[in-house]
Design a protein around this ligand. Structure first.
Ligand SMILES: [Zn+2]
Length: 341
């Protein structure tokens, strides 16, 4: 009797362990509980501001083009801070890990500003501008569980007065007004559709006007690779080899990227993140725009791993998500603490 009970108990424990490990190894959709939903973003932003309103300002940077959803930005730091860092958690709807990372970083900065000496010093040196998503429409669709392959915003690009989640929208990270003409012209229903004209999208215009108002020294754009081809890599902007001044800033950008890579272990495979040294494409993405137009040291970090079968996991169980976020927060601490003057 008692042997049977022990056997049974063991099997249950093994079963639970198996389920939790398996859960960490795959994408879960609709999202696991514990992810931030688009409809909860505003209250989340307000809560962060309320922790310490003296060092946090909540801004509405603009509105999305179709549903007029607000694009939030948290400005965090003491008024004496001279340098500026921009962090954008999301351009593409299904890439939600970046939202989690930047919101968690914002919370940490604000909660620990008075109690932690290093955080305090950091916020005297840097103003952090934290934008969880510039694509609230796509984020809404994805986090409401409506369509798991959503990438773009909800612009009615095939102009039939219907929102078609699989076809409609502009790829916001191909709509920035730099090298836009050089990117391939794809049909409006394509996943990578760059829009009709450069900066046609109000979401991108909101970021451009932010960039024009503030000189950002550093910018970090978080993405996740849905194919897994770019997972756990860090990407630099395109470099114009002829431009001597640009080379210097590029070197600093590379150094910035390398520091992150050194401090970030991969999620599912052994080893650390890698800085991609392949030439970056001349397309209208955020890092090219910030680097070429505003001399910002701008990098893209692809969060979310691939498993042993090279399958991409970009929205895992909440438990795995928390582990990933924790790791990225630790890397942010390391990189920015080292830069304290
Ligand atoms: Zn992306």
């Amino acid at each position: 009797m008692s042997l049977n009970f022990t056997k049974c108990f063991c099997l249950i424990v093994i079963g639970i362990l198996f389920i939790s490990v398996a859960g960490a190894q795959k994408n879960i959709y609709p999202l696991d509980k514990g992810y931030i939903l688009e409809r909860d973003l505003y209250s989340k932003m307000l809560k962060i501001q309320e922790i310490n309103p003296e060092i946090v300002k909540l801004h509405i940077l603009g509105f999305s083009g179709t549903e007029e959803l607000p694009i939030y930005g948290l400005e965090i730091g003491y008024s004496s801070a001279g340098k500026k860092v921009l962090m954008i958690g999301q351009h593409h709807s299904d890439e939600v890990l970046g939202v989690e990372i930047v919101v968690s970083w914002a919370e940490k900065l604000v909660k620990e500003a008075e109690s932690d000496k290093k955080i305090k010093a950091l916020l005297h040196q840097y103003k952090f501008w934290i934008v969880p998503t510039i694509n609230p429409e796509g984020y809404r669709v994805f986090t409401e569980g409506l369509y798991r392959y959503k990438r773009k915003n909800n612009r009615d690009t095939n102009q039939n007065n219907k929102l078609e989640l699989q076809w409609d929208g502009v790829d916001l990270n191909r709509n920035y007004p730099v090298f836009w003409d050089e990117d391939s012209t794809l049909p409006p229903t394509h996943r990578y559709y760059k829009g009709d004209t450069p900066a046609s999208e109000p979401e991108v215009q909101a970021i451009i006007s932010l960039a024009q108002k503030h000189h950002f020294d550093f910018a970090i754009f978080y993405h996740s690779s849905s194919t897994g081809a770019y997972s756990e890599k860090i990407f630099l902007p395109y470099l114009d080899e002829e431009n001597e001044n640009q080379k210097r800033i590029y070197e600093e950008t590379l150094e910035f990227a390398q520091k992150f890579a050194e401090n970030l272990k991969k999620d599912y495979l052994p080893g650390k993140y890698e800085v991609s040294m392949a030439t970056s494409s001349r397309v209208g993405n955020a890092r090219n725009y910030f680097f070429h137009i505003h001399n910002t040291r701008a990098i893209l970090i692809e969060v979310g791993g691939i498993d042993k079968k090279s399958k991409s996991i970009i929205y895992p169980s909440a438990r795995m998500k928390d582990k990933i976020v924790k790791k990225h927060i630790a890397a942010l601490e390391k990189v920015f603490y080292e830069s304290l003057e």
